[in-house]
Design a binder for this molecule. Structure first.
Ligand code: ZN
Length: 502
């Protein structure tokens, strides 16, 4: 077989696995958005068959043979073909060094752990989850051994979500975040200017809220001819191709901000998916290099743009038109202050920009200790509560509001949490680079025009796909490796003026 024939054959198999995964994603979307509750059991079977087919096709020995042949002939490929080949070889290697028997054992344990976690959280009783968490930690260690690592088994797990990042790098970054964010929070708690939130206490019509979200999504450049917005209990974005990228949001009549920021956040993810290079369609290159990079796009739109004063200078008049008589006496400065209110709280998903990373640092410290064997599962609740007191000065009333609040450990997803914090850091670094490249960007935002912002992100981030790792993209685009200073400077500048800190 010639190099060209081998490459085309490999590409065709990859296209099959992509199509199977896309079909599974449609079923998954339907499950979250439209499916009647009684359909759940059968849907589980449909999804299991589809993902098993995709996995078998992807890890077939024939794929390994083609990869072996092409390894020696990669010079004959074009640059784009070589990038795709490298990505296929990387993912094949990761997938095949895990034995089938382990994959089945893991899936079974995961399902049991998930159900135990649901019940444990409901009853706020950690003991119900403890044996399952022990099992998931052991499986994670076993998986790290299959993948291999140099310094810490956690590095191997982290690689799955944030390729190119290590525990050692994260420790340095997180130490700096924890110190400066805690100092800032303490100053804010004692600040004279606490925001006025009284105007938020009125009902906000759900249909008008949805119209508002669609208006903003359209403005930021989300293409409704290549997507749609629906409602879901836990908002998410999914994509079946570059031309079909769907977002979901959640509307609550008592909450003015909830649907809006949920939509902008998912819109940021969706612009990434709609922004991949069309020539990469259906290949492994049409994907983000890491979860942190994906999250950087949602957080950049949601926080750095959506929670800015220029944004509200433009969108408060829009909101006044949608909610007649409800916002007449409110100023853009008041909305800006209300949407940036800081309150240390128990629950990660409800926390503000200033406290959010501390929730992540807590989980990172516990996870690394569990995986490296320095912490027993039995001691997790006490360790959690102690860290909440140190990091956020908060007392945890029960495990449901403490170590049982997140779904991730029941899935065995150790190494996932740090990507949320990295998303914040990447977003701030990219925002600085973008501001330098587009000096009048804030004026565009204040006019509700986002072509330059979206264009810059598309050229520098979206089109790259998986050709480079996230740390390499950040370094190339911003001139500095991933680091905490841009985010800390952004927070300190924003909150110093908002809260009148001296
Ligand atoms: Zn997100």
């Amino acid at each position: 077989m010639t190099t060209g024939e081998a490459f085309n054959k490999l590409k065709a198999i990859m296209e099959d696995t992509h199509n199977l995964r896309a079909a599974a994603a449609v079923l998954q979307w339907d499950m979250e958005v439209c499916m009647p509750p009684k359909g759940a059991e059968a849907r589980g079977r449909h999804l299991a068959t589809l993902s098993a087919c995709a996995h078998e096709r992807f890890t077939d020995a024939a794929v390994g043979k083609l990869i072996d042949q092409l390894h020696g002939q990669a010079d004959a490929l074009t640059e784009d073909e070589r990038a795709l080949f490298n990505e296929i070889a990387y993912q094949y290697e990761r997938a095949t060094c895990i034995p089938e028997a382990f994959v089945r054992r893991h899936a079974k344990a995961q399902s049991a752990a998930y159900h135990a976690w649901l019940e444990a959280r409901k009853q706020s009783d950690f003991s119900l989850f403890k044996p399952h968490l022990e099992c998931m930690v052991n499986l994670a260690r076993e998986k790290a051994d299959y993948w291999g690592y140099e310094a810490s088994p956690y590095d191997a797990l982290l690689e799955e979500y944030e390729r190119g990042m290590t525990v050692a790098q994260l420790r340095v970054i997180f130490d700096s975040l924890a110190t400066r964010q805690r100092t800032l929070i303490a100053r804010i708690m004692n600040a004279p200017n606490q925001p006025d939130l009284s105007w938020l206490e009125q009902p906000w019509n759900k249909d008008q809220q949805l119209q508002f979200t669609e208006h903003v999504l359209r403005d930021i450049g989300y293409d409704f001819a290549a997507g749609r917005q629906d409602q879901a209990a836990h908002p998410f974005t999914t994509s079946f191709s570059i031309q079909d990228v769907r977002v979901t949001t959640r509307v609550d009549e008592r909450m003015f901000f909830s649907a809006l920021y949920s939509s902008i956040h998912e819109g940021g993810h969706a612009l990434y998916e709609q922004g991949y290079s069309q020539t990469d369609e259906g290949t492994l290159l049409a994907d983000a290099p890491s979860l942190g990079m994906h999250e950087s796009q949602s957080r950049l739109w949601e926080n750095l743009i959506g929670r800015s004063l220029p944004f509200w200078r433009h969108y408060l008049p829009v909101a006044r038109g949608l909610f007649p008589g409800q916002l007449d006496t409110v100023t853009p400065e008041q909305v800006y202050a209300a949407t940036n209110r800081v309150t240390p709280s128990l629950i990660r998903v409800e926390s503000d920009e200033c406290t959010y990373n501390l929730h992540i640092i807590l989980r990172f410290e516990l996870e690394t200790a569990l995986i490296e064997g320095a912490l027993d599962v039995a001691d997790v609740p006490a360790a959690w509560n102690e860290k909440m007191a140190t990091l956020l000065d908060i007392e945890v009333p029960d495990d449901a509001h403490g170590c049982l609040q997140d779904i991730h450990w029941s899935h065995g997803a150790f190494g996932y949490f740090p990507t949320y914090a990295l998303g914040n850091l990447y977003a701030a670094q990219l925002f600085d680079a973008m501001t330098a490249a587009i000096p009048d960007m804030q004026e565009h935002v204040a006019c509700g025009t986002f072509d330059t912002v979206r264009g810059w992100l598309r050229d520098n981030i979206h089109c790259v796909g998986r050709r480079k790792t996230a740390p390499d993209i950040i370094t190339d685009v911003t001139g500095a490796a991933p680091q905490p200073d841009a985010y800390l400077n952004y927070l300190e500048t924003k909150y110093t003026s908002l809260y009148g800190l001296s």
